[in-house]
Design a protein around this ligand. Sequence first.
Ligand code: ADP
Ligand code: MG
Length: 249
Amino acid sequence: MKMTNSNKKILQIQHLQKKFGNNFVLKDISFDVTQGEILTIIGPSGGGKSTMLRCLNLLEEPYKGIINFHDENILDPSFDRNLYRSKVGMVFQQFNLFNNKNVLQNCMVGQELVLGRSKEEAKRIAIENLKKVGMEPYIEAKPKQLSGGQQQRVAIARAISMNPEILLFDEPTSALDPEMVGEVLNTMNDLAKTGLTMIIVTHEMAFARNISDHVIFMSDGIITEQGQPNEIFNHPQEEKTKKFLRNFK
Ligand code: ADP
Ligand code: MG
């Protein structure tokens, strides 16, 4: 486990609620994220993990609650959402690369359109990050020519090319063939060492135990239990957590 450099809170989520129709998918979610922290979120399917991440980056509009980013509530009408969105990256289960663009273009387009970087600068930064994930030899390839693991590593390079302050991962290895899971998890482990703040939804329990500073177990729209990895994985207190973890033994 890695110690965070500071206790500075980058995100504070307080009493977050989200409903679809009358279905409360997030009932009352509160937690803090400190700068450089690696937070993993585990729990059964349908528990609201994806919805929670999507609320954090405003792909979904919360119903109630507060999301403070550097002590400013992102849900305030006066808050600059576009600026915020550029600071919170996301890596999806299904990669979500642009299939008509090659690897390099995928990693450049956001930098140019959102951050206003020049082509030259965007290219330099893209190549630098593609090197980090071992995908530099493939800059001319189209996503469909790559394996799932390679596509996900490109998606990670694309995300970090935006210099996010926080990177969200929604089951980044769930769509991969088993032999490709390791390369993506290794890439994430490397990234965690750089001090980037990461919030990771995953079903890879050994990985979660190793990489996390803090673990949240979520089910039925609430945080059932949270703590350090040793507490959650070795000494779970709640019956729901125990039952869930038994399935991974
Ligand atoms: P998890 O990621 O933990 O599997 P989700 O956040 O995907 O959970 O889903 C939580 C619940 O919210 C599920 O019951 C799901 O059907 C419901 N849900 C998610 N997105 C929508 C949506 N856009 N409209 C209606 N219901 C949704
Ligand atoms: Mg999900």
